[in-house]
Design a binder for this molecule. Structure first.
Ligand code: ADP
Ligand code: MG
Length: 282
């Protein structure tokens, strides 16, 4: 992870804003029929960075991710993937460039781990070509990276919530896309597995150059791992930039209605948010 200086000014977000966008929304309106979740929303996902999206429950994070991955068609505006309208590209084309780990993925009944992870290879396969060495290798590497190789022959529904989550991540990795969208990837994991997975994402970003977008609930993980943080409230972007640039007590109060104290995380020199809670608030 890039170690940001805590002295960066709160208004200077130029560094993250000048990076080329791998994916962006241009004035989109996102809605479920009449229920408008976000209006006139413009967001850039910078190429090669680790972007984290945070915001209260129901503010539209998953809706945004679904639109960025072409699952939800905006009522107006457009979504650009590598500069081109995502809805002018085929499902297979998009799936070669972009992988999504949905928030509540449900595995088909009775499917084995290895078979679920193998589904990540779908966009790379052609009907006239058999399962290749490259497919096999991608599946094995993905299972190794996520520590699920020992469960390869298990049924997915035999696994714990945490193990299952890692299988879904393996499926997304097997897809071998340069862009990965992860909706609450660390939910259900214990703290050690959360960090292990966040470190894996960081390696994918820093060593392999993947562009990552993750929705996270843990603000301290968000601050520690994000190069670029997007804070959303009620379908509106409230702040974007590196955590050291944008995170203040006032911002956390504004977005989450939470009174907190912000220290510097001694490991990463990023904001460490300590909730005051009702009993200790003054
Ligand atoms: P978040 O991920 O930030 O918790 P979501 O994007 O899931 O929020 O949801 C934003 C709003 O959209 C919520 O009010 C939710 O009830 C509504 N919503 C989400 N999915 C659907 C859906 N499939 N149909 C109708 N409304 C939905
Ligand atoms: Mg969500």
């Amino acid at each position: 992870m890039t170690q940001q200086s805590s002295q960066l000014s709160a208004v200077n977000t130029a560094e993250t804003h000048t990076a080329k966008a791998a994916l962006s929304t241009k004035s989109v309106t996102l809605a479920y029929e009449d229920n408008v979740i976000a209006k006139d929303l413009t967001v850039d996902i910078p190429q090669g960075k680790f972007t984290v999206i945070v915001g209260p429950n129901g503010c539209g994070k998953s809706t945004l991710l679904r639109s960025l991955s072409r699952l939800l068609v905006p009522q107006s505006g457009e979504i650009l993937l590598n500069g081109e309208n995502i809805h002018h590209q085929s499902t297979r084309e998009v799936a070669k460039k972009l992988g999504l780990l949905p928030q509540s993925a449900i595995a088909p009944d009775g499917i084995k781990v290895i078979d679920l992870v193998s589904r990540g290879r779908f966009p790379h396969q052609k009907w006239f070509q058999p399962w290749s060495e490259a497919d096999q290798q991608a599946v094995e590497l993905a299972m190794q990276a996520t520590g699920v190789i020992d469960f390869a022959e298990f049924n997915v529904d035999q696994l714990s919530g945490g193990q299952r989550q890692r299988v879904w991540v393996a499926m997304a990795l097997a897809q071998e896309t340069s862009l990965l969208l992860l909706d609450e990837p660390t939910t259900y994991l214990d703290i050690a597995h959360q960090i292990e997975l966040m470190d894996l994402f960081q390696d994918l970003n820093q060593i392999q150059g993947h562009t990552l977008v993750a929705v996270l609930h843990d603000l301290n993980h968000a601050c520690r791992y994000a190069d670029h943080l997007i804070m959303i409230k009620a379908g509106e972007i409230i702040a974007t930039g590196s955590p050291n640039e944008i995170v203040t007590e006032a911002l956390i109060e504004q977005v989450f209605g939470l009174s907190c104290l912000i220290l510097s995380d001694p490991i990463s020199n990023t904001p460490l948010i300590i909730p005051r809670g009702r009993k200790t608030a003054n």
